[in-house]
Design a protein around this ligand. Structure first.
Ligand SMILES: NC(=O)c1ccc[n+]([C@@H]2O[C@H](COP(=O)([O-])OP(=O)(O)OC[C@H]3O[C@@H](n4cnc5c(N)ncnc54)[C@H](O)[C@@H]3O)[C@@H](O)[C@H]2O)c1
Length: 295
């Protein structure tokens, strides 16, 4: 997430410094940022760079010195995030905002080790962050309202789309919806109702395509609330409601089949296929975003 976010903010006119504890990540960062920037070119995003590039540093203190905003995008591990936030709290000025790109750890939990928790806020980008314009803004129990307002107007200033999540629930909103869909999708494949490839076709060319134009709440009105009432009254009780992860995924993960990163998961991938998919997906997402913005 880091390189895509850095490229987006730099291009929007911010001075951006990036830090990572991994030497490999530091070495890869300039190329990944340049790739994200070329996608921003393809999207036709205005280039408000002040002439500089993202400076990359292995030293956290140097990186955050004088910062107005720090966005953490380290792995989704609460202990790692708490340690980093506690460290950042000591390094930055009292009014520097500390934002977390956590996918779903409640912000209130992330406020625990910080002397001024009012400045801690959720800023949940969607992947790829340089292409998807919606960003969830989540206040923890102790987040100052002024910090929420600053974050919303800053995101709008980048011509991106902030959505305020009003309650600090695990998974926020985007991932709760996504994981509800994934639970049902995995269950349908596991039960042999449909093959994985056909499930993807069904969702992408059916509701996926439609939802990009008409959100679920507007869809209720379009279909008719009476239809939802009638269908929901018999279908809701049929839907998967398991609270663990099903065998289909557990078998794959325990066998080391983690998806693209291991060359196989639900599908199989060669290195050439991965490159081809990544480029085709970025191109299609750019084309779809342009079409949605033009409509
Ligand atoms: N990948 C997604 O689809 C996605 C989408 C939205 C939000 N997120 C969230 O964004 C965060 C990062 O996800 P990602 O997919 O970019 O992870 P990633 O594993 O690709 O990158 C995390 C980076 O953090 C570095 N790191 C680890 N500990 C560190 C520390 N203490 N200080 C500095 N750097 C450290 C790692 O070296 C690594 O380069 C997670 O909280 C994740 O849940 C991910």
């Amino acid at each position: 997430m880091g390189p895509g976010i850095a490229a987006t903010l730099l291009r929007g006119g911010m001075t951006v410094r990036a830090h990572d504890t991994s030497a490999q990540a530091l070495e890869n960062a300039p190329t990944l940022i340049a790739t994200a920037n070329s996608v921003l070119d393809a999207l036709g995003r205005p280039d408000k760079r002040n002439g500089g590039e993202v400076s990359v540093s292995g030293d956290l203190a140097t990186c955050v010195e004088g910062a107005d905003l720090v966005i953490e995008t380290i792995p989704e591990d609460i202990d790692l995030k708490l340690t980093l936030l506690e460290h950042l709290d000591r390094l930055v000025s009292a009014d520097c905002i500390l934002a977390s790109d956590s996918s779903g750890i409640p912000v209130s939990k992330l406020q625990t080790n910080v002397s001024n928790p009012g400045r801690v806020i959720g800023m949940h980008w969607s992947n790829p962050p340089h292409i998807i314009p919606m960003i969830e803004v989540i206040a923890g129990e102790k987040t100052d309202q002024a910090v929420v307002e600053w974050m919303v107007s800053t995101i709008e200033g980048f011509n991106l789309i902030p959505v305020v999540v009003k309650k600090d629930v695990p998974g926020f909103v985007e991932n709760r919806i996504l994981y509800a869909l994934l639970r049902e999708a995995v269950d349908l494949v596991e039960q042999g109702v449909i093959d994985a490839e056909d499930l993807d076709t069904c969702v992408s060319w059916g509701i996926g395509y439609k939802l990009a134009v008409i959100g679920p709440m507007a869809l209720l009105d379009m279909a008719g609330l009476d239809i939802y009432q009638a269908v929901g009254s018999y279908l809701n009780k049929e839907l998967c409601n398991r609270d663990d992860v099903g065998q289909f995924v557990t078998d794959l993960t325990s066998g080391g089949n983690l998806g693209i990163k291991t060359g196989g998961g639900v599908y199989s991938y060669t290195p050439e296929k991965i490159k081809e998919l990544q480029s085709a997906r970025a191109k299609t997402l750019v084309a779809v975003r342009k079409a949605l913005e033009a409509s």
